[in-house]
Write a protein that binds this ligand. Structure first.
Ligand SMILES: C[S@@+](CC[C@H](N)C(=O)[O-])C[C@H]1O[C@@H](n2cnc3c(N)ncnc32)[C@H](O)[C@@H]1O
Length: 265
């Protein structure tokens, strides 16, 4: 059984919890994921179905079928459009990690669906990704597998590497990288439900809120050699109340930069 840490706490205490429904449209032997046991032990305040087909892994919210489904696709759709036309190194996530001409080695400790990692990898960074939610990790792993198999992004397996650790505490302090990128769940971004994109509603219900951001920031400061970059909503308090060394302001959000040790750039 997975421990209570993987159970989201987003919808209030005392809410009824439902086990994750796992569906194999092509039979259980068609696909395999190392995190399947962990995922099947999870329960959620909503009824989710994880469909694991040979073609694609996707998550549906059975309580809100009109919200569509959640899956990862690096070879088309919104994500590919974003990397092609999103502004290259002038976009927020790139400014948050690049400080020199050459692409840094990045550790994305809150990889989620891999969108920010993909932008950075597209720009030439080697990105090691950590994601602790087993269902999100299945979706991400599936997106990476399909991108590799497509042959459309021949660099993807070298630049986007999904770490196998199951918790941030398992990551070795010796695994140095140039930049650690953090994009933890927002405490509350003040937006009304209707304004959040439908697939992101599923994502928020799936992941819930974070309660252990201190551990995340502490680890990040130990393994980054150049900077830790934290994405925050505009006006949000600093992560764990720790004042950054610098900030990059964007229209709807900001990046707080922490420079570990004596390194300043
Ligand atoms: C806002 S999402 C990240 C989205 C991601 N940047 C993207 O582009 O798809 C935050 C992710 O961080 C993970 N996460 C949050 N807190 C964490 C923690 N303390 N340790 C590890 N992962 C965490 C969550 O499971 C969630 O998938």
């Amino acid at each position: 059984m997975a421990g209570p840490a993987v159970i989201p706490d987003g919808s209030g205490s005392g809410a009824e919890m439902f086990p994750l429904e796992i569906f194999f449209p092509d039979g259980p032997d068609a696909v395999s994921f190392p995190e399947l046991d962990e995922a099947s032990a999870m329960s959620f305040p909503r009824r989710f179905r994880l469909s694991l087909g040979a073609g694609r892994a996707e998550l549906l919210d059975l309580d809100a079928p009109k919200d569509g489904s959640l899956s990862v696709d690096f070879t088309g759709g919104r994500l590919l459009h974003r990397v092609k036309y999103g502004g290259g190194r002038s976009q927020g996530v790139a400014k948050a990690v690049f400080s020199r001409m050459e692409p840094p080695h990045v550790f994305d400790a809150t990889a989620g669906l891999g969108r920010d990692s993909f932008v950075l990898a597209w720009l030439g960074c080697k990105v090691e990704m950590f994601e602790r939610n087993p269902v999100v990790r299945i979706l991400l792993r599936d997106g990476l597998r399909r991108a590799e198999e497509s042959g459309l992004l021949p660099w993807i397996s070298e630049r986007m590497i999904l770490r196998e650790e199951r918790s941030i505490a398992e990551l070795p302090d010796q695994m140095l990288c140039d930049v650690v990128y953090l994009d933890p769940m927002y405490p509350s971004d003040g937006r009304k439900k209707a304004e959040v994109k439908k697939d992101m509603r599923i994502f928020h219900s799936l992941v819930g809120k974070d309660s252990d951001q201190g551990e995340l920031l502490g680890k990040a400061l130990r393994i980054a050699s150049r900077r830790v970059s934290v994405k925050r909503p505009k006006g949000a308090p600093y992560l764990c109340g720790v004042k950054p060394d610098n900030t990059i302001e964007l229209p709807g959000s900001r990046f707080d930069l922490y420079f570990p040790g004596d390194i300043r750039q």
